[in-house]
Structures are given as C-alpha cells and as structure tokens.
Design a protein around this ligand. Structure first.
Ligand code: BTN
Length: 234
C-alpha cells in the first residue's frame, strides 16, 4: 500500500533527525516527515557535523517496515536511489556511491543517515535523515544559479520517489531496486578504499549481495562482504 506522508515544516531546529526521534518516542506514526529550513546542530554519520544553513534540504522521515534487521541495507540503497532520482535531471553528472551518497561531478552533494531501533531481530522504526545541498557547495543549484531550484519541490520529489520505491520494496521488488541502483553507481571493477572503523581496506567494487551489502574484491581475487563503512573512490 502506498505510504501517506504527513509533513511538518519548521523554520529552524537543532536537527530534524533529533526532533523526529523525539516524536517517535511520543508514538509518531509511519510517514511522519520533519522538514526544516535551517539546522543549528545538524549531524551526519559517525557523529560528524552537517553544516546546515538555509537554502538546502534538511528532512527526516519515519518508516516502520515490518522486516528483520538484515534488510536495513536494502532500505539504505532504496533511500539513496530515491534521492538520486529526485535530483538526477538537474545535472548530467550525478551518480550514486555505496551505500547512499549522491555525488555531483564526483563530490558528495547529498547524504543520508539511517538510524533504527530493533526489537529482537525486527525493525521497530527507522529514521531516515536526508540532507541535499542546493545552495551550499557542491550543490545541485550550481547549474541553474542561486534561488532557481525550489527546496520545497525537491522535498516533494524525494517523498514521491521514496513512496514509490518503498511500495516496490514492500511488494518484494528489491532486485529491481538493486539493478536500478547499480545502473547509476560506480561500475563493477571501480577501485575503492573503504574505511572500516579504524582500518582501511582497498579493493574493487564487485557488486551487491541480496541485502544490499557491498562485495569488495582484493588483488588476490578474494571477495569480502562489507555491511557498513565509508567508501572512497580512488
Ligand atoms: C552523512 O553523513 O552523509 C549523512 C548526512 C545527513 C544529514 C541530514 S540533514 C537532515 C537530517 N538531520 C540531521 O541532523 N542529519 C540529517
């Protein structure tokens, strides 16, 4: 069933992600979306700061998928693909980088943080925090000039794509999502370095497993499955 979104719009918050999690504690329902024009304490993966002046997209989305925690990787790719499709028409040089970064001419212009709560092996809730640079560099507004891309319509477009792919995913269509994702990402064979905690591993992209995890092939042709990490294309 297609999800219905309930969007709450704010001028300035510390972090849409933190606000959404507060609302989850208060019992918020699937489909709640918190959007802000500006954030004063925006944060990204691994506690990194996400500088958040006005003019960009800052949104957090609540999903309550009925599935095991192993499927988080699938939802992560699904979300990245949705953001990609929301902006792909704005520049000819936009691509995806595992798991869900969007690159504009090789530089990250959108990022996603995915936080979950589990009950036994099942996902209780999933908070998707999405930041898309429009005015900040590198931003997808660059091609068209400042003020030419409406943040509000971009939010709508992300939600439309996210709703569409969530529906596809709920009907068992992850293969279709993965194929689409692969089509727009670094090709198989791309050289990459992956930061895994304090260590780094080099290798070549060798595709995705059924849960959206990354296969990394080393120089000895051994393949390792990566479930989380920061990818650097080299
Ligand atoms: C990343 O590290 O790539 C993820 C960045 C996620 C930033 C977004 S902006 C909206 C939401 N609120 C936050 O504080 N973070 C996410």
């Amino acid at each position: 069933m297609t999800i219905s979104w309930h969007v709450e719009q704010y001028e300035r918050v510390e972090s849409t992600q933190d606000l959404l999690k507060q609302k989850i504690e208060e019992g918020a329902q699937e489909g709640l979306v918190v959007v802000a024009e500006e954030q004063t304490k925006g944060h990204g993966r691994h506690g990194r700061e996400w500088v958040s002046p006005a003019g960009n997209v800052y949104m957090s989305v609540l999903l309550r998928p009925v599935c095991s925690v192993q499927k988080v990787g699938q939802l992560s790719l699904l979300s990245g693909l949705s953001i990609f499709q929301a902006v792909e028409d704005l520049d000819p040089d936009i691509e995806l980088k595992w798991p869900n970064d969007v690159l504009l001419r090789g530089k990250k212009c959108a990022g996603l943080i995915l936080e979950t709560e589990m009950q036994d092996d099942c996902i209780e809730w999933l908070a998707l925090g999405i930041g898309i640079n429009v005015e900040s560099a590198p931003g997808i507004g660059e091609c068209f000039g400042k003020g030419s891309i409406e943040v509000a319509s971009l939010v709508e477009r992300v939600l439309e794509r996210l709703g569409f792919y969530y529906d596809v995913w709920q009907s068992g269509g992850f293969q279709n999502i993965a194929e689409n994702w692969l089509w727009h990402a670094h090709p198989v064979g791309s050289k990459m370095e992956i930061k895994l905690g304090n260590s780094r591993e080099q290798g070549y992209f060798h595709g995705l497993d059924d849960n959206g995890n990354l296969y990394l092939q080393n120089d000895n042709n051994e393949i390792r499955t990566i479930t989380a990490g920061d990818v650097y294309l080299v």
